[in-house]
Every structure is written in structure tokens, then in C-alpha cells.
Design a protein around this ligand. Sequence first.
Ligand code: HEM
Length: 414
Amino acid sequence: MSHAVTGAADDTAAGLPEWPLPRAEGCPFDPPPALRSHTAGKSLAKIRIWDGSTPWIITGHAEQRTLLNDPRVSVNESLPGFPHWHEGMAAGVDHRPRSVFNSDAPEHTHYRRIMTSPFTLKRVEALRPVVQKMTDDLIDKMLAGPQPADLVEALALPLPTMMISSMLGVPYEDHEFVQRHASAGIRHNSTMEQTMEVFMALNTYLVGQIEKKAADPADDALSDIAARVNTGDITVAEASMMGLGLLTAGHETSANMIALATVALLENPEQLAVLRDADDPKVVSGAVEELLRYLSIVHGGQRRVALEDIEIGGEVIRAGEGIIIELFSANRDANVFPEPDKLDLHRDNARHHNAFGFGIHQCIGQQLARVELQVVYGTLFRRIPTLRLAKPIEEIAFKHDRLAYGVWELPVAW
Ligand code: HEM
């Protein structure tokens, strides 16, 4: 473990709960109740993490947006005080090339410009018929197969994986390799060896793909990135990080949303009926925003470090202190969302959620995710109105230890 890059353990640590805290038994969609009692109505508090250091955890919606937009707040993981996810992330800090994930402006702006063009609203909207066809084909295949079916394997995982593979121009046949490694790479409490092994495997794969596209470009996003290597704008290592970020962030997240929302809707049939009976696409898009808010699948906290003293929420975050921005808390902030723990697909301000983050690091793939979710939720319950869980919810295994929350498998029948 590299002590140089972790926050120093402090004397107050012993009295603080250790983050991440567990969700309550029987409430798989709600944030850990102990976090609410720990912050006790305040919008930030100190918390203890794996290395004994005590960063701030930010739970208030307004405070999260303020900090995510503040240039005095950095994602530079090599700065002292940065609150690493786990030992493996801390130890590997000097081995990870720079990328959108760990750089601040203006370096971040440079990387981000190279990555965003395929994911704009206009470009992604043009792909809606492709997403619809893929969804219909996958549902047809599931319906033609035996019951119960695993909805994760049949629909939730293949749809976003096929989409991001085709947009990037990487072979879909490689998806098992990518999924296995990407899933292991976002586990809480990974060791340095596990983290490095996953990173090296994916990095080697992506470097190979970039070199191939640089030599023989096609009409895809990875070729556009590889072209910037040829012009000397970025290195192969930087290009590989871009491809890796898009490929891994592009499937696991949307896949978890599809499956987890299906569980939540099957448990709330009156809400499911809203989607099943919706004729207006606006009802479906509003429902997607509410499900993003309610489920907040990116959990465990976005990590930052303060570059200067920052006064916020009646406290002062000192320069060099770690910051953990727990998005699900903001999305259940009663100051913004009345009855925040209620799933209400007609909620009129659901789109103010922080599920895609906020500020300069806000999700690059959010328009793609929205289109995928709108098509799936708008299709699945209409085409299979009798869809039901094939085992009680208590027997479904949730991904508590991953950075993206979801279910491992989802047996369904109809
Ligand atoms: C429901 C699906 C998704 C959710 C909930 C989600 C959530 C997020 C969140 C919360 C962040 C901000 C991280 C931070 O501020 O530290 C983020 C960033 C990012 N997301 Fe997504 N995401 C989703 C889908 C996607 C897809 C489909 C892609 C691929 C195209 C993608 C690519 C990225 C990238 C590259 C970043 C880093 C942006 C930056 O640092 O500038 N995401 N995502």
C-alpha cells in the first residue's frame, strides 16, 4: 500500500462509521439507513474509510452540485488525501495513465473533447431505431426460449454491450472477456494484484484495438480516437484509457439499470402499469428519469480531494481533505424531492437527479443510456404484460460490493 497517496488516519476515526455502510435487509432500493442517521439532517459529515482516513461524505443535493462544479475540487487521485476506493486503487495510482476519470481542467477538457462526439443527443437519437430492433430481437429470442429466463443474460447485458461495441467498433465476440474483467475491476475492496491484473488485461486488449484502428481505420468511435494518436494529439496509452473508459462504463451501468429497474417495477405494479399503458413518449422519458433517481446505481461515492479550504453546508472542508459524493443521498434529498423514498413515475422534477453526476465530469454516455432505457422500459412491459419474478425478491442476489449496483441474475417468467 502506498501511504504517500492515501489520507492519513486521524484520531477521530475510531468513533466514525466505516464507509461503505450496508443497505437495510429487505430494502434493496434504499440507501443505507445508518448514513441518514450519521449525517442527522446535515448535508455533509466525516466518515471513515478502509485506510483509516476520514474524508467528508456529501449527501445534500445542492452541496453535491456546488462541489462537483467547483474548480477547487479535484479528481487527481495522486494528490495526498484523495479517498481511494480500496487498497488496490491506491496502490495502482502511479500505474494508471491520465484520463477523463483522473484529470482536472484543462487536461480533462482536452480528453473529453476527443471522446464526446459520438454520444451527443443528435447522434444517439439517430440510433434509436437500432436500439429498438436489438431490443425486439432479444425479447423475441427470450420468448422463444425456456422459462424461467435470466433477464440479465437475455436482455439487460447484451443490449448495452452490443450498442457500445458497435459504436466503438470492437468485436462483440470479445464481450465475455471485457465483461468478466470490467465487472471484477469495479469491485469494492479489490487488492492491488487483482486491480492491476484486470487493468493490464483490458489495457493490452484496448492497445491492440487502437493499433489496429490506427493502421486500418473504419467508421467508428475508436478509429476517431486512434486518428488522434496518428496526429500526435494523444499517446496510445491515453487512447487506450479512452476506449477502456467508454467500453466498461458503457455496458455495466445501463445493464444494471435495466435489470434493477425491472425488479423495482415488478415490485410496484401500479408504477409498472404507468409504463405499460403509456402512449406518450414523454411519460416514458419521465419514468426513466425517476428510475435513475430512485435507483441511483452508481453507489459507493464519487471521489475527490479539496485543493483549497471550502466553506459549505456550515462546515469547512480543508485543503487536502478527501471528499466522497454519494449520489444516491442527493437523489433522496427531501428538500428537492418530496417523499423521496417513493417511486413515482409521474414525479415532475425527477430529471433534477444527480444520477449521472454533475459539472465537468458528468456522464458522457447519458444520452445513450437514456435512449437504451426508454426503448427497453417502453417495450418490455408492453410486449410481455404478464412478466413476473420467477423467485421471491428475497432470493435475488444484489451487487452490494460493486461500484455499480444491480442484480447478478434476474429469473423471470411470463
Ligand atoms: C444508466 C447508465 C449510466 C449511469 C447511471 C452513469 C453514471 C455516471 C456518473 C455518475 C458519472 C460521473 C462520475 C464522476 O463525476 O465522478 C459518469 C461518468 C462517465 N460515464 Fe457514465 N453512466 C451511465 C452510462 C454510461 C454509458 C452508456 C457510457 C458510455 C458511453 C458512460 C461513460 C461515462 C464516462 C466516459 C464518464 C467519465 C466522464 C468524465 O469524467 O468526464 N456512462 N457516469
